[in-house]
Design a protein around this ligand. Structure first.
Ligand code: OOG
Ligand code: NI
Length: 265
């Protein structure tokens, strides 16, 4: 394994720890060697200690380059994606919460979380599969949830891939996202239906769907409660005029994919 493959292997193992459905999704769709991950995604805060630049520095060292940038005004998020010249390596979508746009209470909880991270942990590549570096109370989690589902998610799960994404283009037994969705539902999984099961279409060069996140126990400082953890996404990319597959993201679709970690209605 190359260093970058070994990094993604560690990220995958860490994701599996809190995503019991991930291996079942693999078995459902893949024949074994046709599984290419289109991308993984990270969530963080726009505080310089842990912002997109800090998270992405580990990828830049491994040859990743910055791709597009994306704005999510209602969710108060900003994001960038990173990609590698080896197109079999997953792209990485990293978003950050615009912390200053939230209430003083939420800002204080987030500041305390970030303050408790060791700088040396952030500087290590293993930060990308390190989870939380703090413990919040269940009430703090609820206070974050009240203003931002995203902030609450980070407080519970920290620095880990919040999803992996099957590249439908590479699957041997499936060609369309409709067929993938049917197989996933027949396998007993719930799809994210916000904005419809399929986000995007050929005109934006990207079709996406995702499962709703698993629910896994989190040990808050005062009690242990099951909350949404991580999910699986499916993506089909279409070629651009030059024949190459579109490699960016689509903000209107991403806006809905974020909601895969909402508690089911
Ligand atoms: C990222 C949501 C965006 C995509 O593929 O558009 C995304 C997240 O949930 O953190 O992954
Ligand atoms: Ni995604």
């Amino acid at each position: 394994m190359t260093p970058v493959q070994s990094l993604f292997n560690n990220i995958w193992q860490n994701y599996l720890e809190v995503t019991p459905s991930a291996e079942k999704v693999h078995q459902l769709l893949s024949t074994g060697d046709d599984l290419i991950n289109d991308h993984v995604a990270y969530r963080t805060f726009n505080i310089s200690k842990v912002n997109i630049e800090k998270i992405s520095s580990h990828l830049i060292k491994l040859g990743y380059k910055e791709g597009g940038e994306y704005h999510f005004e209602a969710k108060k998020l900003y994001a960038k994606h990173f990609e590698h010249s080896d197109t079999n390596l997953p792209k990485v979508f990293i978003s950050e919460l615009l912390v200053e746009e939230f209430s003083p209470r939420v800002q204080t909880i987030i500041k305390n979380m970030v303050d408790s991270i060791d700088d040396s942990a952030i500087d290590a590549e293993s930060f990308l599969y390190s989870g939380t570096h703090w413990q919040v109370s269940h009430q703090e989690y609820l206070d974050l949830l009240n203003e931002s589902e995203y902030a609450a998610w980070v407080s519970a799960w920290g620095y880990r891939a919040n999803h992996f994404t099957v590249s439908i283009n590479h699957l041997a037994n499936y060609d369309s996202i409709e067929a993938v969705n049917e197989a996933v539902k027949a396998g007993g999984f719930t799809l994210n239906t916000t904005g419809g099961e399929i986000k995007g279409d050929e005109s934006v060069k990207l079709e996406q769907s995702s499962t709703m996140a698993d629910h896994v126990l989190v040990e808050f400082s005062d009690k242990t409660v099951a909350v949404p953890s991580c999910f699986y996404e499916f993506a089909k990319r279409y070629p651009m005029e030059n024949g190459e597959l579109y490699s960016g993201f689509v903000a209107a679709s991403a806006d809905k994919i974020f909601e895969s970690t909402n508690a089911a209605a």
